[in-house]
Design a protein around this ligand. Sequence first.
Ligand code: ACO
Length: 374
Amino acid sequence: MSPYAHIAGWGMYAPAKVLSNQDLERMVDTSDEWIRSRTGIAERRIAGEKESTSTMAVEAARRALARAHLSPRQLDAIIVATISPDYLTPATACLVQAALGADRAAAFDVSAGCSGFVYALHLAHIGIAAGEWRSVLIIGAETLSRFVNWEDRATCVLFGDGAGALVLVASDQPGGVLACVLGADGSGAELLSIPAGGSRMPASPETLSQRAHTIQMDGRAVYRFATHIIPEAVEQVMRKAGLPLSAVDMIIPHQANIRIIEAARKKLRLPEEAFYINLYRYGNTSGASIPIALCEVAEHELINDGSVVVLVGFGAGLTWGAAAVRWGVPLPQPARPWHQRVLYLGRALLGRLPAFLRKLLYRLWHILPSQRDG
Ligand code: ACO
């Protein structure tokens, strides 16, 4: 029998710096009233100078691993969903892997806009169901503040930074991820993009002066797409899970805009409390928004063992995805005595040592004369 993929741990990280609508009023021609009424956002978090997508991802991952009582060395794969990676290459997941010392894990990124986290969840699910992986870490992490044109009021008020992570483990206990649906419509690629910095429009003084390295968006078109795709994806994934829509206990949508979520909710004819919304405090954190919201839902115990949760994302690509999950941590989670916690911390720190030593070795290889140099 194929193993089930259960969520065994969750963790989030939000940078300390808060940027309020009032702060934005001093930066561009906007108002708190406009932002709140058009988007629902009151404030967002902005990464500090020393923070990046990988550092926030690592923080969220550590918290998720600790909750799952798993050491990084037990991970088979690390998948990071992001559209604001540290580098074009290597993958942010590789930086996370080295920082955690997860040296048995494969590591790669997924780029699927704000649906990226659901794509990552689906990959983890099929990897576990196929018997290929036993423990997978998936992370949604973004530093969109570095890709926003802070002079463009139409976009700079929307986005924020942060990271959320889940640990999925294989279990014979039925439950966990029940079904996923993914979709894409590349004909809408230009509706939301960062045009420069890739192979089509490499970085140049012109692209810099045109601010072509920042997010460009046709807000109205994305809005229309989102309001029809959310209900469609939710209905599809529930059908695939073999459950009626009435079985949903909680929907965690991508947190882009309160009006989008409201329109989708009305189409689905679900009550307000069926949707978890936290975009007031974080803005749109793209690939990180669903896991951050899920962490808050889990932390505040808004769902119980057996609850059916639907995660639904949409965004750049255009892409969309939904996952139906039956909540319930499969493994016994005893409170651990202090000496075990110290041991866990020690192992986590020691686990980073091999990656550190290999880094040194690669530097040495670079410095030492090669055979060709004679
Ligand atoms: N403050 C004040 N006025 C503004 C601002 C602002 N921050 N931004 C735009 N306006 C003005 C516009 O200039 C326009 O003025 P005009 O009528 O004089 O031309 C007016 O407000 C209305 O502009 P619209 O773009 O029509 O405003 P709309 O009601 O559509 O709201 C918004 C814009 C919030 C962007 C909305 O379209 C939206 O949420 N779209 C979806 C965006 C989204 O979810 N994107 C993320 C997808 S996920 C991913 O992959 C990253």
